[in-house]
Each structure stands twice: as C-alpha cells, then as structure tokens.
Design a binder for this molecule. Structure first.
Ligand code: URA
Length: 434
C-alpha cells in the first residue's frame, strides 16, 4: 500500500476501499504511519467525507484496532446508552441500574468531562471509594453477577480512536459528523452489546446546537450501528437548559439518588423513563416503549433500581451507604446565591456557559491533567420560562475557593437572559430516529 496514494485518492474525492482504510488505521495505530500522514488523511476526510460503506469500514477498523469484550457466555441481551454530552446530564447513573434491575445487562463504558460537558466517570468518582478502573475480568464478573457495571475506557479498547482523537484535537478535524460518529460507535461496539440507545443532545448546552445537525449525527450513528448488526435507536433531546436542578459531580450523584427514590426532578425522571424504555425494547424484555416506561416507573417505585444501584456501587468498591445518607458525599465549604439583576422571565440560558462556570469553580477540567473538585456546583432555582423578581436567586453556587468565584460569576451573568416575555420551549424529547 502506498500511503500517499490513499491520501491523494481521498484528497481528490475518490472512494477508499475497506482494505485501504483498514491498512491505514492499522498502520497508524502500530506507529508505522506517522502523525503527519494521518493528519493529511483526516483533513481529506473532513473536507471530502466518507460514503456509508467507507464510514462503516472506518468504524470497523477502529473497533478492530483493539479488543472486543466477549460477553457471549452471559445470558440475556446486553444494551448500553450513550449521551453526546450535556450540562447536568447525570441520566446514565440512575438509568443503568434501573434497566439492569429489569433483566437487561448494561455493560457501560463511559467518559470523563469534555469541554463544558460533564462526565459520568467524574460524577461516579465523587462517591467515596468508587472504582471506575475495574480489570476486564472484574467488569465481566460484574455483568455476570449483578447485570451492570460502569467503567472508563481502557488502553486496549479501540486504541486507534484514542490516537486519532488526540490528533483531530490538534488538527481542527474534530467537528466532522462522520469522524465523531465513527469515534463514538467504535468505542461503544467494543462492549459486546446487541443494542444501543443514543441520547443526542441539541441546544445551547450541547455540541450540536441545531436540530438539523443533531439529526445528521443521529442518522449517521444509527446507520453505523445497523450495518454492524447492533440495534441502534437515537433519541434527540433538548439541552437548552441544565437537566434537573443539580450541576456538579457530587450534587448530581445526590440528584441521581433522588431519581432512584422517585423524588427526582420531572425532566430527568422523564428522560430515564424514555431512554430506559428504549433499552428495554432493544433488550427484548418489553414489547413497546409505553410498556417499557411503565416497567421503569415500577422499578423506581418499588426500589429495585435503587437496590441495584447500591449493589453496583458496592461491587465497584464505593460507599453504598451514600444512597441512604448523602452527607457521606463531598460537600463544598461555602455557598452563595446568584440573583436576578431584574424582574421578568428567564428567556434564554446559555447552557454551555453554565458548564464552563462549573469548570471555573474546579468541577470540570480546563486542561486534561486538571484534578476535579467533586464538591462544587450549582443548584438551579430558575429554568427557562420561570418568572423571577429582581434580586431573587436564580441559582445557589457551592464553592471552595474564593479566587475562582469571579470567573464563575462572570460566566453565569452572561448565561442568563431575563426578558419581558415567557419564551417558547422545545419539548424535552424532540424526536426519535430508529
Ligand atoms: N466524543 C467522542 O467520543 N468522539 C468524538 O469524536 C467527539 C465526541
């Protein structure tokens, strides 16, 4: 294979065959093809695109660059969920145990915070002792014994994606719907799953700001899943305001426990029901989405979801007593209300800025190496469409470091717009792509 010939072909808008794609990605993963040649190919792909067959081959090559977890000896369907990232998005934490309590296995490999969006692993690590780095054997054992585990990406799963993602980050090739789709799907397909529910976020707190972009991403990922034989459904959901009332790692664990106890916020609970129902349908334990929703509601009502959560936390070395006593979670030293500068309706929230304000407090990373402060965050009092008086709290800020507060407040001031008229809100579930 002549590496430059492959780059030239894509540069000129021609199709690559599966062998060429495989050889290129394999060669790059092994270090035989240098960064500069992969950078050139990525830019050619970014500008010229890939057709469905090429995209499928690209994803398979990334998947094949590492190990695929074998769960075939475990009875039952294995189904996962992936969110494209949002603010206050703690859904996986109550969702995975609830679905597992209903008989579908959930081998969930999650990520850390990325930019303004929070990460499930960072949230879970605010539970004292919780280990997101289970060995592959312990991960499989967890799925076998309790039906659910939530861990991080390991070195041997889709290593090509890790290398390529780092290169995309420094070559302005991240924002390609096809490369994003292949990256996400290759990582999910390593889990040995038969079904996948994608929560594709749209709005001011999402990477996809418009429904059109989100639809394109959703269709691309569903197409990849289909051609790989993984039943995939994408649910487009609104991210124009934080999900629930809590933003911040330990605060979101507290809210996840509330959801599992049936006392969680309406929007987050509704999303657990919607996504859970799809997971049950794909897992073959429910015949319809409506039936699935009612199964999820019942598992929350009778405590099965909460007890599965405790089992999972215990198995992964965490303090399961947090479920009954949230004072065991890390707490910030100080709190301060962030108040409305005028009376009116909350007409817009720049949700991305809220995510960045959390990073400013230390609750997310500005650089990859940054340590997370699990205790800081916000309790949101006013969301889109709410009326407020001048001086009324819009949020309470929980913080530890006075010096970080100014940057956080500046971002919050920019994020809230108070107007005369009540705004029209998008529905929480915007659409479904099957
Ligand atoms: N998340 C991923 O996992 N990959 C991308 O390319 C973008 C977001």
């Amino acid at each position: 294979m002549l590496v430059t010939e492959i780059i030239r072909k894509k540069r000129d808008g021609k199709r690559l065959d599966a062998d060429e794609i495989k050889a290129f990605i394999e060669g790059y993963t092994k270090g035989e093809i240098p960064d500069y040649q992969m950078s050139a190919l990525l830019m050619a792909v970014f500008l010229r695109g890939l057709d469905n067959e090429e995209l499928s081959a690209w994803t398979q090559a990334m998947l094949g660059s590492g190990r695929v977890i074998d769960l075939s000896h475990i009875k039952g369907q294995k189904v996962d969920k992936h969110s494209t990232g949002g603010v206050g998005d703690k859904i996986s934490i109550p969702l995975a145990p609830v679905v597992a309590s209903l008989g579908v296995k959930v081998p969930m490999i999650s990520g850390r915070g990325l930019g303004h969006t929070g990460g499930t692993l960072d949230k879970l690590e605010s539970i004292p002792g919780f280990d997101v780095r289970l060995s592959p054997e312990r991960f499989v054992e967890a799925i076998e014994k309790i039906g659910v585990a939530m861990i991080g990406q390991t070195e041997d799963l889709a290593p090509a994606d890790k290398k390529i993602y780092a290169l995309r980050d420094s070559t302005a090739t991240v924002e390609s719907i096809q490369l994003i789709s292949a990256s996400i799907m290759s990582k999910k397909m390593c889990e040995g799953i038969q079904g996948l529910v994608l929560d594709v976020k749209v709005g001011s707190g999402a990477f996809m700001k418009t429904v059109k972009q989100a639809e394109k991403l959703a269709k691309t990922m569903v197409g990849i899943g289909k051609s790989a034989g993984v039943k995939t459904v994408a649910v487009l959901t609104c991210m124009d305001e934080p999900l629930g009332w809590a933003v911040g790692n330990a605060l979101e664990i507290e809210e996840s426990i509330d959801i599992l106890k049936g006392t969680g916020p309406k929007d987050t609970t509704a999303l657990v029901e919607e996504l859970g129902a799809w997971m049950l349908v794909l897992g073959g334990v429910s015949r319809s989405k409506e039936e699935g929703k009612s199964m999820v509601r019942n598992a929350i009502k009778d405590g099965r979801g909460l007890s599965k959560f405790k089992e999972m936390v215990g198995f992964q070395g965490g303090d399961a007593l947090v479920a009954d006593d949230i004072s065991r979670l890390p707490k910030a030293k100080h709190c301060l209300d962030f108040c409305a500068s005028r009376a009116g309706f909350v007409s817009k929230i720049d949700c991305e800025k809220i995510g960045l304000a959390l990073c400013a407090l230390g609750g997310g990373r500005k650089k990859k190496e940054d340590e997370i402060d699990p205790s800081v965050g916000f309790r949101v009092h006013k969301k889109l469409g709410a009326h407020c008086e001048e001086g009324e709290p819009l949020m309470t800020i929980y913080y530890n470091d006075e010096e970080k507060l100014e940057e956080c407040l500046a971002l919050l001031r920019e994020s809230y717009v108070i107007g005369e008229k009540k705004p029209r809100k998008k529905p929480l579930v915007i659409g479904v792509i099957e």
